[in-house]
Design a protein around this ligand. Structure first.
Ligand code: D5M
Ligand code: FE
Ligand code: ZN
Length: 521
C-alpha cells in the first residue's frame, strides 16, 4: 500500500474527527481518485459514526463512478463479488466480548492489500480491574487491612513451604530450636560487625532474624525491600531473642511456569508514556508509528496496550509548566485522543493510567473517569485500573505503570536493577509477587480493604513503562517488558542523566511471546 497516501488519508480523517479501520484506509488509498473517494465517504458516513469502517468505504465507492473504485476492481480479472472473503459477522460473540457485554466489532472482508485480520478471532478479557471497587477511606484501619491481606495472601504459598510459627510463639520457644516465620519485612539494618538484622512482622508481633555476613544468603539481603512478604528459617539463639537465618523463601514465580500462547499468529504493540502536551512529545515519531500500523508489515498487530502517562499532565513535578506545550489537562486529553484516532480502528486498545494522568496518584489507580473516557471515546479503548490483568486470546498480561521501578532501581545494587535494564527490576517485582512492595517511598499507596497490588496469578506477560527505557527479557518464562516512551529527554532527565528510549514500539507475537522492536525516531 502506498504509505504516503494512507498517511494522508489517516491525517485527513483524523482532522475531521474520525478514527479509521486499516481496511478502510487501504481501500481509500487504492481508489483511483482517493481524494474524491474520501470526500464521498465523509458525505455518506452516518452522522453518529466515530470510526470510518471498510463497509462505509465500500458503500461509498459502489455508488461512485467506476473510475473511482479500487485499482483491483479496474484490473483485468476483477474478483467476482461472491468470491471475496465474505464480509461476515460470524454471529458468535467472541468470549472476551461476551464477558464485558460489549457488542462485537463489525467484521469485514479481507482487503485488497491482503489483510488477514479476522476480528471474530479477537478476544480481550479483563480479569483484574479495580475501577469502581475502591473502598479505602484513608483511615488507619485501612492500612491494617491492606497489610493483613498482603500477608495472608502472599504468605499462603510460603506457609506450605516452611514449618512456620507466629512471632509470639517463636519468642516463647527454647533457645537452640529450629524455627520458621512468614512475615512482612519491617526493618533492615546492618550491625556493627557487618551482619544483617531483618525484622519480620506478622499479626502477632515482630521477630528479629540475623543474616551472618559469611552466609550464602547474604547476597539476597541487598534485594530486600521493606513491606515485602517472605519466609525465613533458622536456629534460635540461646536466649531466644533472635534467630540465625539458614534459608529465605520468596513468594516467587515457579520455574515451571508454562505461559499460554495464542492459537494463531497475532501481535500486540506494548507501549506507554506518550506524554501528549509536553513540549518533548515526539509527534513525528508517533505519526510514523501510526502510519506503520496501517501498512501490511503491521497487519498482524491487532492489539495495543498503553501502560500509562497518556498525557504530560499538570503540576506533576516542580517547574513542569515550563515544558508544557498544552497547559490545560482536558485539552491534553483532547490532543491525545486525536493522536489515538490515527491508530487503525480495528486495533483493540487497552489502557491504564500512570502518574502523569488525571486520576488519583495513589496506587491502585482507578481507570479514567467518565469525562475523560468521553474525551477519548473515538477509538473506543478499554480503560482499566493501574494495575490490571487482561487476557488477549488466552495470554494473560499484567499491566502496571511502573512507579515502583524507581524504588527498586534506587534500592538494589546496579547489577540487579538499573535504568539500562528495566526488565531486571521487573524480575524482582515478579519474585516478590507484588507490583509495589515498599510503602512510604516514591510509590504512593492507597490503603484498601484488599491489596490490589499483589501479583495473584502468574501472568504470561508483565508490561510496565514509567522509566522511559526499553528493555525486555524472561523471568521463569514470564516475558517482562518495559516499553520506552514517546517523549524526548526533558530538562529534568538531562539534569539527572536519564537518557530515554523514545519512539520505539515493542511488538509481541502472542503465539510465541517473541518480541521485535520497531523504531520510529
Ligand atoms: O517518569 C520518567 C522517569 O523519570 C521516571 O524514572 C521518573 C523520572 N523522573 C522524571 N521527572 C522526575 C522528577 N522531577 N523527579 C523525580 N523523578 C523524575 P515520568 O513519570 O514520565 O515523569
Ligand atoms: Fe512517563
Ligand atoms: Zn510515569
Amino acid at each position: 500500500m502506498p504509505l504516503e497516501a494512507s498517511a494522508r488519508i489517516v491525517s485527513e480523517l483524523t482532522s475531521r474527527g474520525y478514527n479509521a479501520e486499516r481496511e478502510a484506509v487501504t481501500k481509500l488509498a487504492a481508489a483511483a481518485n482517493s481524494t474524491a473517494a474520501l470526500e464521498r465517504v465523509l458525505e455518506e458516513v452516518p452522522e453518529d459514526a466515530l470510526v470510518v469502517r471498510s463497509a462505509h468505504v465500500e458503500a461509498a465507492l459502489s455508488t461512485t463512478d467506476p473510475a473511482d473504485r479500487t485499482d483491483a476492481a479496474g484490473s483485468e480479472n476483477p474478483p467476482p463479488a461472491g468470491d471475496r472473503t465474505p464480509s461476515v459477522s460470524t454471529g458468535t460473540t467472541p468470549e472476551g466480548r461476551a464477558s464485558t457485554g460489549r457488542s462485537p466489532v463489525e467484521t469485514e472482508g479481507s482487503s485488497a492489500a491482503g489483510r488477514s485480520a479476522d476480528p471474530s478471532k479477537r478476544s480481550v478479557e479483563i480479569v483484574g480491574d479495580m475501577t469502581g471497587q475502591s473502598t479505602g477511606t484513608g483511615e488507619y484501619s485501612d492500612f491494617v487491612s491492606v497489610f493483613r491481606d498482603r500477608l495472608d495472601r502472599l504468605g499462603a504459598t510460603l506457609r506450605s513451604r516452611v514449618n512456620h510459627r507466629p512471632a509470639s510463639a517463636i519468642q516463647a520457644m527454647p533457645g537452640g530450636s529450629e524455627a520458621a516465620m512468614v512475615g512482612l519485612v519491617n526493618d533492615i539494618r546492618s550491625t556493627a560487625s557487618g551482619h544483617w538484622l531483618i525484622e519480620l512482622e506478622d499479626a502477632t508481633g515482630t521477630f528479629p532474624w540475623l543474616v551472618m555476613k559469611d552466609r550464602e544468603y547474604v547476597d539476597l539481603v541487598d534485594e530486600l525491600l521493606c513491606d515485602e512478604v517472605l519466609a525465613m528459617e533458622g536456629t534460635l539463639a540461646d536466649d531466644s531473642g533472635i534467630a540465625f537465618v539458614d534459608s529465605m523463601y520468596f513468594p516467587d514465580v515457579p520455574r515451571t511456569h508454562e505461559p499460554s500462547t495464542a492459537d494463531r499468529h497475532v501481535q500486540a504493540a506494548l507501549i506507554s508514556d506518550v506524554h501528549v502536551g509536553s513540549q518533548e512529545f515526539m509527534a513525528d515519531a508517533w505519526n510514523a508509528f501510526t502510519d506503520w500500523l496501517h501498512t501490511d508489515q503491521a497487519q498482524h498487530v491487532e492489539y495495543m496496550l498503553l501502560g500509562g502517562d497518556m498525557v504530560e499532565g499538570v503540576g506533576v513535578y516542580p517547574n513542569q509548566d515550563e515544558e508544557l506545550d498544552i497547559v490545560d489537562i482536558y485539552e491534553q486529553y483532547e490532543a491525545f485522543s486525536e493522536h489515538l484516532k490515527k491508530v487503525p480502528g480495528d486495533i483493540e486498545i487497552v489502557m491504564i493510567p500512570g502518574n502523569h494522568d488525571a486520576v488519583r496518584l495513589a496506587e491502585p489507580q482507578p481507570g479514567f473517569d467518565e469525562e475523560l473516557r468521553e474525551i477519548m471515546s473515538a477509538h473506543d479503548p478499554r480503560i482499566v485500573s493501574n494495575p490490571s490483568t487482561i487476557t488477549l486470546e488466552g495470554v494473560s498480561v499484567l499491566m502496571y505503570h511502573g512507579v515502583s521501578l524507581d524504588e527498586v532501581i534506587a534500592e538494589l545494587p546496579e547489577e540487579k536493577a538499573s535504568y539500562d535494564d528495566p526488565h531486571k527490576a521487573m524480575y524482582h517485582l515478579l519474585k516478590k509477587r507484588h507490583v509495589a512492595p515498599q510503602f512510604g517511598g516514591h510509590t504512593r499507596l492507597a490503603p484498601e480493604e484488599k491489596d490490589y497490588l499483589i501479583i495473584d496469578e502468574v501472568p504470561d506477560i508483565f508490561h510496565t513503562g514509567h522509566v522511559h527505557k526499553l528493555g525486555f527479557g524472561k523471568y521463569h518464562n514470564v516475558l517482562a517488558i518495559n516499553s520506552g516512551c514517546w517523549q524526548a529527554q526533558t530538562d529534568f532527565q538531562k539534569s539527572v542523566n536519564i537518557d530515554p528510549d523514545a519512539g520505539f514500539a515493542p511488538i509481541v507475537d502472542l503465539d510465541t511471546l517473541d518480541v521485535t522492536v520497531q523504531k520510529f525516531s
